[in-house]
Design a protein around this ligand. Structure first.
Ligand SMILES: Nc1ncnc2c1ncn2[C@@H]1O[C@H](COP(=O)(O)OP(=O)(O)OP(=O)(O)O)[C@@H](O)[C@H]1O
Ligand SMILES: [Mg+2]
Length: 459
């Protein structure tokens, strides 16, 4: 597979260094170079490289201010995610620290070692990718509906249906297993509708005891029954002009079903103990994971109510029938919770992703969300593993999960490198001697394993 080389920009006034760096990095990256600030900004704006290596020792501007720092600020204004690595001589240490405080990704003391620089650039690109992916996922740009993440074709067509039905004032019955996202879909429909500026009022018919449900729905007047110490407005009225979401509608007792039906026919309610009829304008969405057809047959759900609620039906398939969605959702929740918990985003290991993709997710999206959330707190290594997710390898683990010899070798190599670096206090020369390889080879192994080490400043 040939991948396009990724662009980096070198800003350096010394022709010798510029040429040397270009030469050393050109094999791996598409290297752009500029010798002074305005040119650098122009090239940056045109090519938008994700990583910039910036010489802080650019000649100062006519007012004597640091040109390097000015360029840094301008670059970050144009594209805040850009990773700027500042290269500085010893005498510019103070400026280098200032640069980092202004948002530079890292600083690197001159003279520049191209091998180490390659490692830093790759690390910076990796971080850039993660951050960019996070931004997109958190914005929910992966589906046409805000906050609803999906990529499978079944969900995409469901999203399109949602867009179509949202604008019409029709009742939608949403079905699907527990945790598949019925409520989030109902909210999306509301958000897409002309009523989006008004209330979205949800009532969970299964969570409220039968004897309280009527008052919860329609409200009551003061003194209507023992304990009715003040007038209370019901959910239906609260949703006036907006959307009423009847969750777990299959759990509504028969007596209330007829009252609800009456409301849907007349569009007026009477609070319990009240005398006047109140007109209410709501759009009704409902959801259930019960088999309403079976319930109608046995007489526990009214058929006439069903047809009122089910002008359009939308069925959300279980997560196991939505190829690709589990992995996408896992990444979305990782991004979301790394933001919430203010943790650096960790990637999933390849094995963890394979398991996420093949697991059956009986608890659907809710289960996935909970596992990812917990794993963010558990993971202490470089990446989130299947163990952190508390997922076992399936008994019939397919061959994709059996590591190739190459993977085994790479893992062994990277384990040895980690040990050697730990033993030598991150001294790459000593570590390479210990391992009996050259420094470039060691850097290569580290690069392939996506490893970073804390550089010691050469003083
Ligand atoms: N496509 C999705 N994108 C992002 N988050 C989702 C998606 N689907 C579900 N979720 C999240 O998963 C959790 C469960 O979703 P939701 O409450 O909508 O499911 P449900 O079908 O109503 O479940 P239940 O039947 O148990 O009430 C919520 O935290 C929700 O935000
Ligand atoms: Mg729900």
């Amino acid at each position: 597979m040939t991948e396009e080389k990724r662009k980096i920009l070198i800003v350096e006034d010394d022709l010798g260094i510029r040429t040397q760096m270009k030469w050393a990095l050109a094999e791996e990256f598409e290297v752009l170079a500029a010798e002074e600030g305005p040119k650098a900004l122009e090239m940056f704006d045109r090519y938008r490289p994700r990583v910039v290596i910036l010489d802080l020792g650019l000649p100062p501007d006519p007012n004597g201010a640091s040109e390097g720092l000015a360029v840094l600020e301008d670059l970050l204004k144009l594209a805040p995610l850009t990773k700027v690595i500042v290269a500085s001589g010893n005498e510019e240490r103070a400026n280098a620290l200032k640069a980092v405080s202004l948002g530079a990704y890292d600083f690197y003391p001159k003279p520049i070692d191209p091998d180490a620089m390659r490692l830093i650039i790759n690390r910076a690109l990796h971080l850039y990718d993660l951050e960019e992916e996070n931004e997109q996922l958190v914005k929910g740009q992966t589906s046409p509906l805000t906050g609803l993440v999906a990529s499978s074709s079944k969900m995409m067509s469901l999203c399109r249906t949602a867009e179509r039905v949202a604008t019409a004032n029709i009742a939608v019955l949403i079905t699907g297993e527990s945790g598949t996202g019925k409520e989030i879909l109902a909210r999306s429909i509301h958000d897409l509708s002309a009523r989006s500026g008004q209330n979205f009022v949800a009532i969970n018919c299964a969570a409220i005891p039968d004897n309280l449900l009527e008052s919860e729905l329609f409200g009551h007047e003061k003194g209507a029954f023992t304990g009715a110490v003040k007038q209370t407005i019901g959910k239906v009225e609260q949703a006036h002009l907006g959307t009423l979401f009847l969750d777990e509608i299959g759990d509504m007792p028969l007596s209330l079903q007829s009252k609800l039906l009456r409301f849907l026919q007349n569009r007026t309610i009477e609070r319990i103990g009240g005398r006047k009829e109140i007109s209410v304008d709501v759009r009704v969405l409902s959801a259930t994971n019960c088999d309403l057809a079976a319930m109608m047959k046995e007489g526990s759900f009214r058929e006439d109510l069903f047809y009122r609620l089910n002008e359009v039906s939308m069925h959300i398939p279980p997560l196991r029938e939505r190829p690709g969605d589990a992995i996408l959702l896992a990444k979305y929740f990782r991004a979301k919770y790394s933001k919430d918990f203010q943790r650096a985003p960790k990637s999933f290991t390849t094995e963890a992703l394979a398991i996420i993709g093949s697991y059956s997710w009986p608890g659907n999206v809710r289960e996935l969300e909970n596992r990812v959330k917990r794993s963010m707190l558990m993971a202490d290594g470089k990446g989130i593993t299947a163990t952190d997710l508390d997922l076992d390898l399936p008994a019939d683990a397919d061959s994709a999960l059996i590591p190739t010899l190459r993977q085994i070798r790479m893992q062994a190599e990277s384990d040895a490198v980690i040990r050697a670096l730990a033993l030598t206090n991150n001294n790459v020369s000593d570590a390479s001697q210990l391992l009996g390889v050259s420094r470039p080879t060691l850097y290569e192994i580290m690069r392939t394993a996506n490893m970073v080490i804390k550089r010691k400043d050469r003083s």
